[in-house]
Design a protein. Sequence first.
Length: 83
Amino acid sequence: MDFDITDSQKMIAETIKDFGEKHIRPNIMEWDEAQHFPVDLFKKMGALGLMGILVPEEYGGSGLGYFEYVTAIVEISKIEPSI
C-alpha cells in the first residue's frame, strides 16, 4: 500500500489551509470569548464539500476516501482544533 500524499490530498490540504486562513483564523478569539458556535462557517465548509467527504457523490457528498478525510481533519486542526 502506498502511503505517499496524493495530488488530491495536496489540493485538499491547500484548499483547507487557504479557507482556514480566510474564514477561521481571524475569528478564533471572538468565537472563543463569546462562546459562539459558528453555524455560518459550517455552512461554508459544507459548500466547499468538507461536510460530506466520505459520502458518495450519488448521495450529494464529495465521494472521497479516508485519506482525504484525515487530510481535511489535520489541516483544520492545525488552524483551530475545536472546529
